[in-house]
Ligand binder design. Structure first.
Ligand SMILES: [Ca+2]
Ligand SMILES: [Ca+2]
Length: 228
């Protein structure tokens, strides 16, 4: 009888410990991650400079999500692109998966200038991107000097590529320590490497959302500020 009681107490303690750990982990997770919803973007909606483009599946966004985790003590942003096809090992010209950030919520400030056909005129202050250039690839985070327009590089994001998915992991310092900002996700094919788009380089792109922008950080704002 005594042996059974000890066994029951031991099982009870184990169960209670497991429950307590689960609750603790749930609380920690809930308090350390802020995330926008996983937004959906239509398939086969890429455009050229003049209109509709035949979609390149790995550049065709089908859903996307931005979140930030502070579980390690340092905020790490996580931008996830889900595509309509598998990410290739090489590409023609220069292709990129880009997060365009209007860090100050001001369409009038855009130190690198207007990102032609990509930014929905949100006034981009920072760009985080993964790119494939021919047979090579890389990642960068940058802004521009507001006087000269020359590129200022920051810590490149960590990139995870898995099947149809590209994930960019970057620091708050890569977006000017902004916590409330507007953003768009974009994929683009250029004929050659560039950090500042011109009509000559542009081949095709997909922008999400299709109109306006997303808002991170809890501000309640109109869903559409500008239209493409
Ligand atoms: Ca799309
Ligand atoms: Ca701005």
């Amino acid at each position: 009888m005594e042996k059974n009681e000890k066994r029951i107490m031991k099982i009870t303690r184990t169960v209670l410990t497991a429950v307590a750990l689960t609750v603790l982990m749930t609380v920690m997770f809930a308090s350390s991650v802020a995330a926008d919803p996983m937004f959906v973007d239509p398939a086969d909606d890429m455009h050229t400079a003049n209109g509709f483009a035949v979609a390149t599946p790995y550049l065709d966004i089908t859903s996307y999500q931005l979140s930030v985790s502070t579980s390690t003590g340092t905020p790490i942003y996580n931008a996830t692109f889900n595509m309509n096809g598998k990410i290739p090992a090489s590409a023609t010209g220069f292709v990129a998966w880009e997060l365009l950030v209007d860090a100050d919520y001001n369409a009038m400030t855009a130190p690198c200038g207007h990102y032609w056909l990509l930014d929905h005129q949100i006034g981009v202050d920072y760009v985080i991107r993964f790119y494939i250039r021919g047979n090579s690839f890389g990642a960068e985070a940058y802004t521009c000097d507001s006087n000269s327009g020359s590129q200022i590089s920051m810590t490149p994001p960590t990139v995870k590529v898995q099947g149809n998915q590209v994930t960019l992991l970057f620091c708050e310092s890569d977006i000017g320590m902004a916590t409330v900002f507007a953003y768009v996700f974009a994929t683009v094919q250029y004929s050659k490497y560039t950090y500042h788009v011109t009509s000559c380089d542009f081949v095709k792109a997909d922008i999400a959302p299709n109109y306006g922008y997303e808002s991170f950080g809890g501000y309640v704002v109109p869903a559409i500020r500008f239209s493409a």
